[in-house]
Design a protein around this ligand. Sequence first.
Ligand SMILES: Nc1ncnc2c1ncn2[C@@H]1O[C@H](COP(=O)(O)OP(=O)(O)OP(=O)(O)O)[C@@H](O)[C@H]1O
Ligand SMILES: [Mg+2]
Length: 246
Amino acid sequence: MRFLTFKDVSFGYDKERSIVSGVTLDLEQGEFCTLLGRSGCGKSTLLKLAAGLLAPVQGEVLLSGTPVRAGADIGMVFQSPVLLEWLNVLDNVLLPVSVRHKPNATQHAYARELLAQVGLEAYADSYPQQLSGGQQSRVSLVRALIRSPRLLLLDEPFAALDALTREDLQVQLAELVAQRGMTALFVTHDISEAVFLADRILILQDGAVAQELKRSDAGDRSTRARYGEQQLEMMARARAALEGER
Ligand SMILES: Nc1ncnc2c1ncn2[C@@H]1O[C@H](COP(=O)(O)OP(=O)(O)OP(=O)(O)O)[C@@H](O)[C@H]1O
Ligand SMILES: [Mg+2]
């Protein structure tokens, strides 16, 4: 089923320059798509259009057939964890709930369950400044999941992490998304990350989708798949596409 749809979407921050140009795109429910492109090609802008944080100048963005609205059924993870330093980990995770109403016991329990799932059960009462960068990234990921959104949008969430932590978090993210039947759009400029996580890789150039690559072994996030033949072959294709070859 079509879930997130871009219909001939264009956007510019000013009239002179188009940043996203005529993007048409369908994400199926449950699909994990990565958006790969060079710095400045319009990835974050496209993600903000998907989140309803920016409105298209032309075309439309639909979520389950209706125009997308900011906050509706969408979890967003930004490049930096943006945690509130005066709130402990549990309250940071519960923030999307507590801005609306006082979290109930079920929501508290769910927050703890999600924290446990990313190995942070012992940190619920800690404050952000007591956590490592990787732990803070986990908290911001869990926070995006607390309201059980059906669509998860991630903007280079692991860019600042060391390679091993990054690999662990990629696997945890893929598991969380699959378990909860979420649809994910993940922005990165890291070729191996884009290829490993994706069912489908969208290559963005100058604000347009230049090419799409599909994995035939989609869903396999084992270490074997990470260093397997298909990963390498797809990385080479993605790289060639980024350099403008067809
Ligand atoms: N708020 C803004 N006002 C004006 N121009 C902007 C604004 N945000 C981004 N831009 C411009 O739009 C273009 C695309 O920016 P965007 O942030 O979407 O790129 P990106 O692909 O996410 O890059 P990166 O990989 O560096 O994060 C850039 O040229 C940028 O300067
Ligand atoms: Mg960006």
